[in-house]
Write a protein that binds this ligand. Structure first.
Ligand SMILES: C[S@@+](CC[C@H](N)C(=O)[O-])C[C@H]1O[C@@H](n2cnc3c(N)ncnc32)[C@H](O)[C@@H]1O
Length: 223
């Protein structure tokens, strides 16, 4: 079973990769990674036994037990350095994604690509990537049931000629930026109600963030 979000993650995986699918849940991403031909081997990990069992059932029904190894455990701690070249962490909050990456530096540093799909706090993920010398080499957006998701690909060694990000030509970009601007405006409206909040550094930083977004939207509108 696949959808636009899972497809967008898969599209960033290079053919012939050995992939870790962290927090595999029902195993749908792992299965589609193999079916698409992008992954030659997948290590699917789950912290919780119930989804792990569901993943095992689905992987077995697809006849892929020999190509998808399922493991029970926390994040990347159950992998050895060099076992995978691509790490996918999808469908988790930005704080949890960066925690998982921080806790296993050897495994992360031995990988050549990280594909991250945060459900929130994507800025935290971007900050982590730049602080840890990973270069974002592509981004995309995907909409499922009215919700727009961000998908980020990062590499240790970027291509000499940077490519155009999928996100920048996505038909979802304007809607995504507008939704984000509305969210930030609501935060500012709330902060306005308190004299402490509206004179804080956070308030001016949030205002700047909104101005930058509005600028981006104006450019898209040809203004
Ligand atoms: C919302 S699901 C996302 C599933 C799938 N990755 C996707 O994008 O559709 C998050 C899954 O991550 C698992 N999870 C949460 N923390 C984890 C961790 N530290 N290590 C491994 N799995 C974790 C949860 O049990 C849950 O099944």
């Amino acid at each position: 079973m696949t959808d636009a979000r899972i497809d967008a993650v898969i599209n960033f995986v290079r053919e012939g990769s050995r992939v870790a699918d962290i927090g595999a849940d029902h195993g749908y991403l792992s299965i589609e990674l193999v079916k698409s031909g992008r992954a030659i081997f997948v290590t699917a990990t789950e912290k919780n036994l119930q989804p792990l069992e569901a993943a095992r059932k689905n992987i077995s029904a697809a006849g892929l037990e020999k190509i998808i190894d399922t493991r029970h455990g926390d994040g990347l701690k159950i992998l050895s350095a060099g076992e995978v070249d691509t790490i996918c962490i999808a469908g988790m909050g930005g704080a949890l994604i960066t925690k998982i990456l921080d806790e296993s530096p050897e495994v992360v540093n031995a990988a050549r690509q990280l594909i991250l799909q945060p459900m929130n706090a994507s800025e935290k993920v971007r900050d982590w990537l730049s602080e840890n010398d990973w270069a974002v080499d592509d981004e995309d957006l995907a909409e499922v049931a009215g919700v727009i998701y961000e998908i980020i690909s990062a590499v240790k060694i970027p291509d000499a000629v940077p490519k155009k990000f999928k996100r920048d030509s996505s038909p979802l970009l304007k809607k995504f930026l507008s939704q984000r601007a509305e969210k930030i405006q609501r935060v500012l409206d709330e902060m306005q109600k308190s004299s402490v909040a509206r004179t804080s550094e956070k308030f001016s930083a949030t205002q700047q963030k909104l101005a930058a977004l509005q600028n981006e939207i104006a450019v898209l509108n040809g203004g």
